[in-house]
Design a protein around this ligand. Structure first.
Ligand SMILES: NC(=O)c1ccc[n+]([C@@H]2O[C@H](COP(=O)([O-])OP(=O)(O)OC[C@H]3O[C@@H](n4cnc5c(N)ncnc54)[C@H](OP(=O)(O)O)[C@@H]3O)[C@@H](O)[C@H]2O)c1
Length: 315
């Protein structure tokens, strides 16, 4: 019977969510985002990270250096070459990309890279973007156990984010010229952060990242550090398409379009950036606040409907 309450609940939450999104999106603080010269992006070799790299290379004149990391060295190299070509086409002759092949789980290596790159280029903007979803782990190792999947997801998404952010936070806090020299840290979470019941490890890891981002934003404001949280909806990348052999068949946005939106919002130091489908994400966010019994029932029902629709589409 609870499942029949699903639609009216979802409808009223929808209205509530939209109003909340409009109010909450700004999460204002007084800091002006820096005009970045040096940008550091984890997971910059493909997907959203690469789209951000290409956008900064082509359209943001202040950016002279971008440091990208990932595990696959040849993908990093081809992203670097692509970015340097688009930058050249935009007459940015003094632009270059530095690549570091490294696993975000390697705490010492990440600390070393962040430190040396900051000493060399004085990083203005760090984007902790590298992440992994369950299906990608299963595609590589179909026999991966429940616990292996869980640990891999937390290690990459959560510890990997900390390994990226903490070394730079210390350096940013200690820099002498804070007032004239704003800095920016961006955590890439997910719309799934608000649906942990449907993507247990992934959803929880992203839930933690969003919550952490909001706390950091408040904590670090006095050090003239802007912190932003991006919660992407479906973006057409390997991660999204890993969902099935046929790829993701629902509505999705191209990475370049998402990157353009994210960069624009980051320039305005918007605290919470949800794109695409901010409405759906906020709806999930509002569902988070329902008593668990409604939440579970709604989620299970919606999931059932979604899977039915998906199997129809896929035949
Ligand atoms: N696409 C979406 O629809 C969507 C939706 C919500 C949130 N997100 C979030 O957006 C971020 C980017 O996702 P995406 O869709 O662009 O994924 P993607 O296409 O799979 O790219 C992921 C990037 O992260 C790197 N990476 C993964 N594991 C790593 C590790 N252990 N160490 C270092 N680098 C690692 C990958 O390079 P290597 O594999 O070479 O290491 C790659 O550069 C993720 O945090 C994801 O959770 C994506």
């Amino acid at each position: 019977m609870l499942k029949y309450l699903c639609y009216p609940i979802v409808f009223s939450l929808g209205i509530f969510s939209w109003v909340k999104y409009k109010l909450q999106g700004k999460l204002p603080n007084q800091i002006k985002a820096p005009k970045p010269k040096a940008v550091f992006i984890t997971g910059g070799s493909k997907g959203i990270g690469k789209a951000l790299l290409l956008h900064y290379a082509e359209y943001v004149p202040s950016v002279k250096t971008i440091i990208i990391t990932g595990r696959n060295a040849s993908e990093l190299e081809s992203a670097k070459q692509e970015a340097e070509i688009v930058a050249m086409r935009s007459k940015k002759n003094d632009f270059h990309v530095v690549t570091h092949s490294c696993d975000v789980r390697d705490r010492d290596a990440m600390e070393h890279i962040v430190q040396t790159m900051d000493e060399q280029y004085s990083i203005d903007l760090v984007i902790a973007n590298a992440g992994v979803a369950k299906q990608q782990i299963l595609n590589q190792d179909p026999k991966a156990s429940f616990s292996k999947i869980a640990r891999t997801i937390y290690d990459i998404n959560w510890n990997g984010m900390l390994n990226t952010v903490l070394p730079i936070v210390d350096r940013y806090i200690e820099r002498p010229n804070k007032v004239s020299n704003p800095k920016q840290i961006v955590l890439v979470s997910s719309g799934n952060a608000h649906l942990p019941g449907m993507a247990e490890d992934y959803g929880i890891s992203k839930h933690a990242i969003s919550t952490y981002a909001f706390s950091l934003r408040a904590k670090l404001a006095s050090h003239n550090i802007a912190v932003n949280c991006i919660e992407p909806g479906p973006v057409n990348t390997d991660m999204l398409n890993s969902i099935s052999k046929e790829g993701y068949t629902g509505t999705k946005t191209e990475p370049s379009k998402a990157a353009e939106y994210y960069v624009r919002q980051l320039t305005h130091n918007r605290g919470l950036i949800q794109y695409p489908t901010p409405f759906v994400v906020q709806l999930l966010y509002a569902m988070d606040m329902l008593p668990l019994v409604f939440q579970t029932s709604c989620i299970l029902h919606l999931q059932e409907q979604y899977e039915k629709a998906l199997s129809k589409t896929l035949g």
